[in-house]
Design a protein around this ligand. Sequence first.
Ligand code: ADE
Length: 221
Amino acid sequence: MRFDILTIFPNIFDSYLNESILKRAQKAGLVEFQIHDLRRFTKDKHKTTDDRPYGGGPGMVMKVEPIYSALKSLAALPPKKSRSHGVILLTPQGRIFSQAEAKRLIKFKRLTLICGHYEGFDERIRDYVDEQISIGDYVLTGGELPAMVIVDAISRLIPGVLGDADSSKDESFSKDQKTLEYPHYTRPENFLGQRVPKILLSGNHAQIAAWRNKHLRKKPT
Ligand code: ADE
């Protein structure tokens, strides 16, 4: 799966996407991340990506032209865009992201994510995107963290990305949105008097499965 991320802060992505699981997934050719600096798509000498709002008011607004040009260069503009290529605008006004959304989005071959800043986007950019997504009911300084959250949540669902093929299937999020996982333990067996439940040391897989099932924790409300 290929992700293109449009941002005015491309360096933000360097460390997160190039560590650990996502680094390995890229090396294995399972995911590809292309980070595009929106300033490259500006035409003025100051490389302006934002401007004052018409009608006045506080703050600055992301300009439509650099984003449009970037989408054009990625063949991401309608109507030519293929159905397997989705364009997502990251905005607190969007639909709330969830595990179910991650599963839906994995069906795309390509996703292009647009990160905003300041007071928001020039309204006209909304005509060129397929979806508007928020990662929660709070306002961040930019769309970069939301982009990383979404890319991470989708990437780990791609077969082969997680080391152990079962580790994303087994999660209770996938089975039932209302439950969380069973409790996990690793060494030591005794930590300051807190002992690992004996059943987990028994080697009896049927009993372990029953114990885990019984101890599935409910999502906090
Ligand atoms: N940009 C700023 N805040 C955001 C949020 N909560 N979700 C997506 N994009 C954002």
